[in-house]
Structure formats: structure tokens, C-alpha cells
Design a protein around this ligand. Structure first.
Ligand SMILES: Cc1cc2nc3c(=O)[nH]c(=O)nc-3n(C[C@H](O)[C@H](O)[C@H](O)COP(=O)(O)OP(=O)(O)OC[C@H]3O[C@@H](n4cnc5c(N)ncnc54)[C@H](O)[C@@H]3O)c2cc1C
Ligand SMILES: Cc1cc2nc3c(=O)[nH]c(=O)nc-3n(C[C@H](O)[C@H](O)[C@H](O)COP(=O)(O)O)c2cc1C
Length: 661
């Protein structure tokens, strides 16, 4: 059996290894849908990192551009060809192959357009209930059913002429892509795109040649394949991406997808890219949360590989290249796509093939920023900037070995500065070891492990159990004092001293006793918010009676994180954990929690304990004042500056260290 580092040939195209970067929307195109400097960075860094194959994100074939701020990709006109050529030339310099994924977003475009306030008419194979076709949004956005009702939108059944028009657009776009230097074409026929909607029995109820049996539901895809082949000639490989299991009760399932795979193989497909899920009904197979185990979908690709003779790609929360290698060596698939892992660390292939395993940054599966950069590094991906040596070297003392302090130290040391960290507790990582105790969040320790390893290699001293006084800081004579001291959990003044009110930290650590019946306060973003703490407690056997807060939404960061958001909301729903929006906490008594609901009605929930996951406070300003004069410059970074999240803490740290002269 081959290894991950072995080449693979697809219709005569030799790919130098079996690791690929899947199509991943970056929304970084210009108003014409052309790649920008940001898009260029994304692809150049991946190719330089040693990956064999890159499939460019979903690109529209229409002559006009759509999307918020026109940032989606488009190859619908000849004028766009040269801009794409710059990307393919850069990738080819590293001997990697690049293909373009051509897509008609189908109803995905309609849903996003409705949310972002522009208009795309919903159309598809058949006129089917739009609420059913977009059911994930009914769970995620409480106003979604009303939005649909108000707009009166109906999924318009496409005429045969419209179908032919789209096929022709795909063929013309494919030709342009090849002219722009792309090595292969991929048709996006997964995730609720137009082509996948034709394949799925619940969205395609046509009775003409495009609907009915499995074979007939493949007609649109087969005609598109044929027209593309005619337009690009014999040489370039043609890939198709399928959601072989849509992870829906009435969706496409593996057994029928096997038939589809055979049908498209017989029609000349050169590679089948096996994916799963449906962006608007169940995105958990696409934007895969940490709750899904590593490589948890590989069996789907393995089953397809068993029945076809063309190369098969497997994808889905594969983070460790050792696992990817094992899947290849065990013959499960021919190629592994790693999406978020390569966004997290584009150098993963080079590091793995060169045996530098402990230098790899491992993806945490947080889904908090993958479209543009990674929470690890705001200067990666689209914003890639090299770390250059400093010309004016400083002595830097950092208080706090949370991720902000550690990252500032790592980058400053790489630039040549003299850095030392002092941490008042007995361990590094700050809040991360705490949040890693939440349900299925243990992988968040990846970021701490990476930083600790790198700081050790860079010989940055870290003194634990050390809280410096002003005098001790002065004695060290730093040029810059960095305060990365993070935050403290709080509870509202009115609840202070109540033994049955716990902070989030106390509830997670079990440092105070919790009763069996619990109410959790804290909606909003799930990072730092209550939803994941509520789930953690429920999983530990507590009876979580309700989750409430003053916000109107649970987990607002939804575009990238829909997989995580939907999973959380479904968990809360399925476990009868009621959500109270716009609530006002009135009191906590021995018997329970008194609050005003959003209609200003007073309510009482019997409970033993209230877990308060509200805002945290920083002592940053106070410390800065206290240490004034101990160093010529005092800099606040991370949560110490303002309580936020991992991405912002890391960005602050990087920005500070990169701005040093
Ligand atoms: C329960 C929970 C879940 C969360 N989940 C997420 C999530 O899913 N995604 C996300 O992005 N964010 C999440 N967050 C937020 C995230 O953990 C923080 O934003 C991030 O860890 C901040 O890092 P930091 O280094 O700035 O501060 P911290 O992690 O707070 O580190 C500060 C460090 O400074 C030390 N220190 C304090 N005072 C001194 C002193 N005087 N001298 C020396 N050392 C000192 C502390 O001991 C600590 O080690 C969560 C937070 C909590 C509480
Ligand atoms: C931010 C983001 C954008 C994505 N964009 C696309 C896309 O344009 N086309 C597509 O077929 N899949 C898209 N996907 C799915 C990925 O190609 C891939 O299948 C998914 O990220 C799972 O792989 P991973 O766990 O290795 O990241 C996207 C996923 C994410 C998280």
C-alpha cells in the first residue's frame, strides 16, 4: 500500500503526495470575483507548506458576482482569467497541483443572501417547502421562519432551458479555469449546492428526465460533466464532490450514493471527493465541531473506494498527519484532504515529512475563524506576513503565562529580543486548562502544548508560582513590561456571598459544591458564555434546568461556526434545557432562581445552584497604574486588555511582538 508521501496519478496528472487542501471559502475575492493579495497568500502558503493538491474554494460560474461586499469568487467572465493565473503560477512553483471547484450555491446562496440583506431568488430542481430545505436555520435563527413567510419566497422549479443554461455556464467556466492554469476541475455536487439538490430525493421530485430514479436524478450532473469534458478537452482531470451521506433522515445515504458514484465513474469522472452533510439542513459534516471524533467520516470514503476504480478523496476532521498516513497505508482512500489543519498550520506536510512533529500546530476544531486565518495566528493565511529579525533589541518582562503572554514571548524571542515570563500560578496556559475541562474541549490544550514546546526550544525562561512586586520588576530593568494577566470570574454584587451561586470557573473546577438542579446564566457567544458550560454540567449528570441571559441569541458567531452552533442548540433542545432570552436576574434564594422573562413576567425556577457565566473582569488598568515607572513602557495584551477570546488574545500578542522595531 502507498504512503502519504507517495505520488498518485489522476488521469495522467501526477500529484507529488497524497495530502490535499480542500475547497474552503475564504470570501477574499475582489468586487469582480477575482483573487486578491489575501487569496494569493492563502494558496501560496499552502503550496509552500508541501501539500500535493489544492482545490480552490467554490467559484461561481455566473457572469455577475454575488455576495456580501462581493467577496465570493467568480470565473464567469474571460476578464477574470489573468488574476487567477497569478495564483496557479505561484502554486506550480512548489510543484503542487491546483484545481478549481465550480459551484452553483443553490439554496445556500439564497439563505446567506437573506441573512446578509441582499437578494438571490431561490430556485432548485423542484418547488419544495423552503423551511424544510433550510431546516438548520430554523434551529439556528429564531426569526428564520418569519423571514421566509415575510418574503413569501418560494423555491422555483428550474425549467429545462434554465438547467441547460447552468450546464453551459459550468462548461464555459471550466474552460476559463484551465486557461488560467488550473490543473483540474471539480464540480461541487455536495452540501446543498444546486447539483446536489438534483441528486437528493427530498429536493428533487421532478417527473421529467432530471428526476425520479437515482439515474435520472444524476442527469443534471452527467450533462454538466459531459459539457465540461467537451469544453476542456481530454487532458485535465474532472473531479466531483459528493455528500455521500447528507446526515439527514430523508437525505442521500451511503447506499444510494454508491450507485451515484458508479454512475459518475461510468460517465468518466476521474476522482471522487467524498464529503458529507448539508449546509442548510445539517452542516455538522462540513463545519465539523470538536464534538466529532478525528477522522469520524472516513468510513464513507472507504466504502466508496471499495466500489470504484478511480481515486477517492476522504475528508473530515483529520488533524494529525499520522492518522492521514495510516488511512492511506490501510487503503481506506487514495488522498486525504486536510482543511482546517492546513489553515492552522500550512507547513504541516513539510513538518510531517521532515519528522518535525513537535513543531506542528494542531487544529483545535474551534471553527472560530477558519475562513480567513486561524485563531492561533492572525498573521497567517490571508494575512500571511513573515516574522523578521528586530533591529532594536529589548529586554521584555511578561507577567502571565496564558496564551497571550506565551505567544508574545515566542514571537518576540524569534525576533531576537530577550524575554522572560513570570506566572503567578503553578502552570502555564491561563484559562485554557480550565476550558479544556469542558465537554469535548480537551483539544484546546493543543495551543498550550504548542506554545510550551516552542518556548522550551527557544529557551525562554518561565518562572511559575511567581507574582512580581513593582520593586522586583524594576530590579530586572526591563525596557518593556507586558501585562498578560488575563481576567477573573465575577458574580453580580447582589448575589455575592450566596453559597448557592457559583462562578463559571468554580462550577467547572468543582471547587465549590453544586446541587443536583442547576440553572446556568450566560447566553451570547459560546466562548466564555454559558452554553458549553451547561452542556458540560448536563454531561456530568447534573439536571440543567435552564440556560438564560440578557442576550437575544445563543452563540452569535454563526457564519463559520454553524456546525458548532447547531450542535449546541440541538443538544440543548434534545435535553430539554430551556433557553430564556432577554432575561433579567432578580434573585437567587435557597429554593431557586427568580427572574423576569422577555415579556417582563416574573418567573421562578426551582434549583439548588445558579452557575453564573457572565462577564469577567480584568485588573489590567489597575496593574498598569500600580507598576508605573517600573519599566519605560507598559503594554497590556490579551484578556488583560479586555476580556475577549483566544483569537483576540493571540492577535494582541502577535501584534505587540511584530510591531517591535
Ligand atoms: C469556561 C471558559 C470557556 C472558554 N471557551 C472559549 C472558547 O471556546 N473559545 C475561545 O476563543 N475562548 C474561550 N474562552 C476565553 C479564553 O479562554 C480567553 O479569552 C483566553 O484564554 C485569554 O488568554 P490570556 O492569555 O489573555 O489570559 P488568561 O488565559 O486568563 O491567562 C492569564 C495568566 O496570567 C496569570 N496571572 C494573573 N495575574 C498575574 C500576575 N500578577 N503575575 C503573573 N501572572 C499572573 C494567570 O494565572 C494566567 O495564567 C473561554 C473562557 C472560559 C472561562
Ligand atoms: C470555512 C469553511 C469554508 C468551506 N468552504 C467550502 C467550499 O467552498 N466548498 C466545499 O466543497 N467545501 C467547503 N468547506 C468544507 C471543507 O472543504 C472540508 O470538507 C471541511 O472543512 C472538513 O474538513 P476539515 O475537518 O479537514 O476542515 C468549507 C469548510 C469551512 C470550515
Amino acid at each position: 500500500m502507498p504512503k502519504l508521501s507517495d505520488p498518485v496519478t489522476i488521469r495522467g496528472m501526477e500529484v507529488k503526495n497524497r495530502l490535499g487542501f480542500p475547497p474552503m471559502l475564504s470570501m477574499s475575492s475582489d468586487a469582480n470575483g477575482c483573487p486578491t493579495e489575501k487569496t494569493f497568500n492563502i494558496h501560496e502558503t499552502k503550496a509552500r507548506g508541501g501539500v500535493g493538491l489544492i482545490t480552490y474554494e467554490a467559484v461561481s460560474v455566473e457572469p455577475e458576482t454575488f455576495g456580501p461586499q462581493n467577496t465570493s469568487a467568480n470565473i464567469g467572465k474571460n476578464a477574470n482569467i489573468p488574476a487567477y493565473k497569478r495564483v496557479t503560477d505561484a502554486v506550480h512553483k512548489y510543484d503542487a497541483k491546483i484545481g478549481m471547484q465550480l459551484a452553483d450555491g443553490g439554496l445556500i446562496g439564497f439563505v446567506l443572501a437573506s441573512i446578509f440583506g441582499f437578494k438571490i431568488e431561490p430556485r432548485g430542481p423542484s418547488t419544495v417547502d423552503l423551511l424544510h430545505l433550510t431546516s438548520a436555520y430554523e434551529t439556528m435563527v429564531s426569526s428564520w421562519p418569519d423571514t421566509l413567510k415575510q418574503t413569501g419566497a418560494v423555491c422555483k422549479e428550474m425549467s429545462v432551458e434554465e438547467i441547460a443554461r447552468v450546464e453551459d455556464l459550468f462548461a464555459a467556466a471550466a474552460k476559463r479555469a484551465i486557461q488560467a492554469g488550473f490543473d483540474y476541475i471539480e464540480i461541487h455536487s455536495a452540501h446543498a449546492t444546486l447539483h446536489s439538490a438534483f441528486l437528493a430525493p427530498y429536493s428533487n421530485v421532478r417527473t421529467d428526465k432530471y428526476g425520479g430514479s437515482t439515474e435520472k436524478r444524476c442527469t443534471f450532473l452527467l450533462e454538466t460533466m459531459e459539457k465540461i469534458r467537451n469544453s476542456i478537452g481530454e487532458e485535465p482531470p474532472l473531479f466531483v464532490r459528493l455528500s455521500v451521506d447528507e446526515l439527514l433522515p430523508d437525505g442521500l445515504k451511503l447506499e444510494e450514493s454508491k450507485k451515484i458514484a458508479k454512475i459518475i465513474e461510468n460517465a468518466g469522472v476521474d476522482c471522487i471527493d467524498v464529503s458529507q452533510g448539508n449546509m442548510i439542513r445539517n452542516p455538522k459534516g462540513i463545519q465539523i465541531p470538536t464534538y466529532v471524533e478525528h477522522g469520524g467520516y472516513i468510513h464513507l470514503a472507504e466504502e466508496i473506494k471499495k466500489i470504484v476504480n478511480v481515486p477517492v478523496i476522504g475528508v473530515g476532521r483529520i488533524v494529525d498527519p499520522k492518522m492521514a498516513d495510516e488511512f492511506i497505508q490501510r487503503g481506506k482512500v487514495d488522498i486525504i484532504y486536510m482543511g482546517r489543519q492546513l489553515i492552522c498550520d500550512a507547513e504541516t506536510p513539510n513538518k510531517y515529512f521532515n519528522g518535525q512533529l513537535d513543531d506542528i500546530k494542531y487544529c483545535m476544531g474551534c471553527l472560530q475563524s477558519c475562513g480567513s486565518t486561524c485563531v492561533y495566528d492572525a498573521y497567517s493565511g490571508q494575512n500571511y506576513t513573515t516574522i523578521s529579525p528586530s533591529s532594536d533589541l529589548k529586554k521584555i518582562v511578561i507577567l502571565g503565562a496564558g496564551i497571550a503572554g506565551m505567544e508574545a514571548a515566542r514571537v518576540a524571542k524569534l525576533r531576537g529580543h530577550d524575554v522572560e515570563i513570570f506566572e503567578k500560578s503553578d502552570k502555564v496556559g491561563g484559562l485554557i486548562p480550565l476550558l479544556a475541562m469542558e465537554y469535548k474541549k480537551e483539544e484546546f490544550m493543543n495551543i498550550v502544548n504548542f506554545l510550551a514546546t516552542q518556548l522550551k526550544k527557544l529557551e525562554v525562561p518561565i518562572q511559575l508560582n511567581k507574582e512580581l512586586t513593582k520593586q522586583e520588576i524594576s530590579d530586572l530593568k526591563p525596557d518593556i513590561l507586558v501585562l498578560a494577566t488575563g481576567t477573573e470570574a465575577t458574580i453580580p454584587k447582589s448575589l455575592e456571598g450566596k453559597s448557592n451561586v457559583l462562578t463559571q470557573d468554580e462550577a467547572i473546577l468543582k471547587s465549590k459544591s453544586i446541587g443536583k438542579n442547576v440553572v446556568v446564566w450566560g447566553l451570547g457567544a459560546y466562548w466564555r458564555g454559558g452554553p458549553e458550560t451547561a452542556i458540560t454540567l448536563a454531561e456530568q449528570g447534573y439536571n440543567v434546568k435552564a440556560l438564560m441571559g440578557s442576550n437575544t441569541t445563543v452563540a452569535t458567531e454563526m457564519l463559520i461556526a454553524t456546525g458548532r452552533r447547531l450542535w449546541i442548540l440541538e443538544y440543548l433542545r434534545d435535553n430539554n434545557i430551556s433557553i430564556y432570552f432577554k432575561a433579567k436576574l432578580l434573585d437567587v434564594t435557597d429554593r431557586g432562581v427568580k427572574f423576569l422573562d422577555e415579556n417582563k413576567n416574573e418567573q421562578f425556577l426551582e434549583a439548588d445552584t445558579l452557575v453564573y457565566c457572565g462577564s469577567r473582569i480584568t485588573q489590567g488598568k489597575k496593574l498598569k497604574k500600580q507598576f508605573e515607572g517600573a519599566a519605560p513602557k507598559i503594554q497590556l495584551i490579551g484578556d488583560c486588555k479586555r476580556p475577549r477570546d483566544i483569537g483576540e488574545a493571540m492577535k494582541d500578542a502577535q501584534t505587540f511582538a511584530r510591531k517591535l522595531k
